[in-house]
Design a protein around this ligand. Structure first.
Ligand SMILES: *[C@@H]1O[C@H](CO)[C@@H](O)[C@H](O)[C@H]1NC(C)=O
Ligand SMILES: *[C@@H]1O[C@H](CO)[C@@H](O)[C@H](O)[C@H]1NC(C)=O
Ligand SMILES: *[C@@H]1O[C@H](CO)[C@@H](O)[C@H](O)[C@H]1NC(C)=O
Ligand SMILES: *[C@@H]1O[C@H](CO)[C@@H](O)[C@H](O)[C@H]1NC(C)=O
Length: 435
């Protein structure tokens, strides 16, 4: 026994020394990447009147009343274990037809030469995952306000959803505040509002900035009111965070400094970021339960936590070929492990804990959108050097910035929203049987 635990301790400490440095490096890379994201403007979003009619004509028959086909669907399936299989149909939309794609994720228009990554679909082990049906989605969220809250992965998922929804119905941009960080669209056809709230920690935070601190500051026991103030008017909340927790930060709890992560020069205890992520998520989910717990019935609230989406840097981030793969990993080729596994585990556990807390509150739904595994198997889906237009137009480059974190649009992240739709269908079924 003693040997086992001392071995474990040894493994753990070597794990820490081996992993902590790359993490820190990785955090700095992200700081650089994010600097670019925040300082490069995306295309002005514009409503799209006519889109890919040939591609999505299949979705028109799926109109309001659920067909027998849909009723027979097994929405209780485990959608999160499976494999990527070839699919000749390709995506619902393309980068030139959807006006809301952030430029850095618009791989096709940036000249990414290979197209193979667009022709895969996710096949869960025990069932079939239907292709995204924009009208079915809009019908399920009719008269609702759907909010995406979190970091740039939340934005990535939101933009994927908007691109798919606008193939069936047009949207108007209601506001765009603080350079794309806070935006809202409205689909008049179904009175659906979709909004985006920038909040990379979900809890109150001060982001590292030129004029401000050279690290982030997190207040772990306070929900970030930039989105929290609107909780009362949200019907569906999709939370997506993770990568920003790797950055240097000082943490506060109960008005006191709790510790920090990578803060040399400050006299604070290094506490890493796992417990911090746990606390931030707990405060957030508790905050939603507390603020919405009193309201019941069909006017309740649904909360989705999108789990950690792994990065795929294979080499140096500023060398060509930082994420060079052009096809998915096979089912058994890659296991969720290390930091990816820890981040996911924390998110899954907090969702389970919040489910217990919300038990008995009518109309309160909560689910993890557990994409970590299916994301891990898609090293081919990132912009890589194509975060910028035609990076090799002047021949081979010595140094080129790569994004191996976000996803090309269209791309694998469209699948997150296909599963999101299945979760909504399941909730709708549960709602019907509860009545
Ligand atoms: C994108 O879709 C538009 C409209 O259907 C089409 O004209 C265009 O050729 C497509 N572009 C690509 C790269 O597939
Ligand atoms: C439209 O949706 C909003 C929620 O986003 C809701 O408050 C409002 O009542 C809806 N309007 C109608 C006419 O149903
Ligand atoms: C965005 O700006 C509009 C108009 O100035 C304002 O009413 C709204 O509250 C702002 N929303 C957010 C989330 O910042
Ligand atoms: C650092 O913190 C320790 C423990 O809180 C304290 O004893 C020490 O005086 C501090 N050192 C400095 C330079 O502030």
């Amino acid at each position: 026994m003693a040997t086992v635990s001392s071995n474990q301790a040894k493994e753990q400490s070597s794990f820490l020394t081996k992993k902590l440095l790359p993490w820190t490096l990785y955090a700095l890379i992200l700081v650089t990447l994010l600097h670019f994201y925040l300082n490069t403007l995306s295309f002005p979003p514009s409503p799209q009147p006519q889109l890919l009619h040939s591609l999505n004509s299949h979705s028109s028959p799926h109109s309001p009343p659920p067909s027998d086909d849909e009723k027979g669907e097994d929405t209780s399936c485990d959608y999160f274990n499976g494999k990527w299989v070839r699919d000749k149909r390709g995506p619902l939309y393309n980068g030139t037809t959807c006006g809301t794609i952030k430029e850095n994720q618009n791989c096709i228009t940036h000249g990414r030469p290979d197209m193979g990554y667009l022709y895969w679909r996710w096949k869960p082990n025990e069932c079939h995952l239907p292709r995204f049906d924009p009208l079915a989605f809009l019908n399920l969220v009719r008269n609702k306000h759907l909010a995406f809250v979190g970091d740039s992965m939340a934005r990535n998922q939101l933009e994927s959803l908007l691109c798919m929804l606008t193939t069936a119905s047009s949207s108007t941009l209601l506001y765009n505040n603080d350079s794309n960080k806070f935006r809202r669209w409205h689909f008049a056809s179904h009175n659906v509002s979709v909004s985006l709230y920038w909040s990379p920690f979900l809890v109150k935070g001060v982001e590292k900035s030129n004029g401000g601190p050279d690290h982030n500051e997190l207040y772990l026991d306070h929900v970030d009111e930039r989105w929290g103030a609107d909780i009362g008017e949200m019907s569906l909340i999709v939370l997506s965070i993770g990568h920003w927790f790797l950055h240097p930060a000082v943490y506060y709890e109960g008005g006191l400094v709790l510790g920090c992560h990578y803060c040399p020069g400050l006299n604070h205890t290094e506490i890493g970021f796992y417990d911090v992520l746990r606390k931030a998520l707990r405060s957030t989910l508790n905050g939603i339960v507390d603020r919405r717990g009193g309201k019941g019935g069909s006017d309740g609230v649904g909360v989705i936590v999108t789990t950690f989406s792994p990065a795929h840097f294979e080499g140096e981030w500023d060398k060509a070929g930082a994420c060079p793969k052009t096809r998915p990993y096979g089912k058994e080729e890659k296991k969720v492990e290390g930091m990816d596994a820890e981040m996911r585990e924390i998110e899954m556990k907090e969702v389970e804990a919040a489910k217990v807390k919300a038990k008995g509150i009518g109309g309160f739904r909560l689910e993890a959108l557990d994409v970590t595994k299916l994301a891990l198997l898609r090293p081919d889906g990132h912009p890589g050097p194509y975060m910028y237009p035609f990076p090799f137009s002047n021949g081979a480059q010595e140094r080129v910035q790569n994004d191996c974190v976000h996803w090309c649009l269209p791309g694998p992240i469209d699948t997150w929203n296909e599963i999101f739709l299945q979760i909504l269908k399941k909730w709708e079924e549960q709602h019907r049987t509860e009545e």
